[in-house]
Design a protein around this ligand. Structure first.
Ligand code: PRP
Length: 210
């Protein structure tokens, strides 16, 4: 449908922040959305359909064109390099990617190991530093790796810093600031340009007030 917009949203924390931003920007959306079980949510007044996906999967839906728009963390976009247009920084879910490890430790000289769920970002970071490391890819609870001797360092998201602190780890180097971005499928952007540009303008209007 030409005027219907399908928006892929990451389930969880980012969803709540992005949804709040949409409501504040004046979109007429259902007051409460329970994103715990429902996977597709309709907002008929706006002719918008939300798809609720895992954060790492949002760019996949947008690249394949089953979603016109997506909300994705810059971390995911840097890691995946998908064929999507990144059109707006939503300035929500702000955090950064950093290296961390046990306090007062240096990297193992012979075979330094780095645990992360961001192998591309970690590889590029150490390549630019001219350090050769073995990347160990994990899917979560990355902080465990240095604690139990699996890795010398981790490359992971730091938001409040609480997870590092509670697990006795310290931050070593900041790599890149992260926030949520609005991404668009290139074909949708051509076919529905008016609708998508109006949608973005309304969001920008709200962001400019902040
Ligand atoms: C993220 C990240 C850190 C934590 C950072 O994990 O990987 O572990 O949040 O937040 P903080 O600085 O506020 O403590 P997430 O909750 O996404 O879970 P995960 O371990 O499954 O990746």
């Amino acid at each position: 449908m030409k005027n219907e917009l399908t928006i892929a949203m990451p389930k969880g924390r980012i969803f709540e922040e992005a949804y709040k931003l949409f409501v504040q920007a004046g979109f007429n959306l259902p007051a409460e959305i329970d994103d715990s079980r429902k996977l597709i949510v309709e907002a008929p007044d706006e002719r918008i359909q939300f798809i609720l996906a895992k954060p790492m999967d949002v760019p996949v839906y947008v690249e394949h064109g089953v979603a016109d728009i997506g909300i994705a963390g810059k971390d995911v976009l840097l890691e995946q390099h998908r064929d999507v247009h990144e059109l707006l920084d939503l300035q929500i879910s702000n955090c950064y990617i950093a290296t961390a490890g046990l306090p007062n430790t240096t990297m193992n000289d012979i075979a330094p190991r780095v645990a992360t769920k961001y192998p591309r970002i970690a590889t590029n970071f150490y390549k630019e530093k001219g350090e050769q490391v073995e990347i160990i890819e994990l899917n979560g609870s990355i902080e465990l790796a240095p604690m139990i001797g699996l890795a010398d360092r981790i490359v992971d998201i730091v938001s409040t810093g609480q997870t590092l602190k509670e697990n006795g780890l310290v931050e070593y180097e900041k790599i890149v600031p992260i926030s949520s971005r609005l991404i668009v499928n290139p074909v949708s952007y051509r076919v529905k340009s008016e609708r998508i540009n109006a949608f973005i303008a309304q969001l920008k209007n709200e962001l400019n007030k902040r």
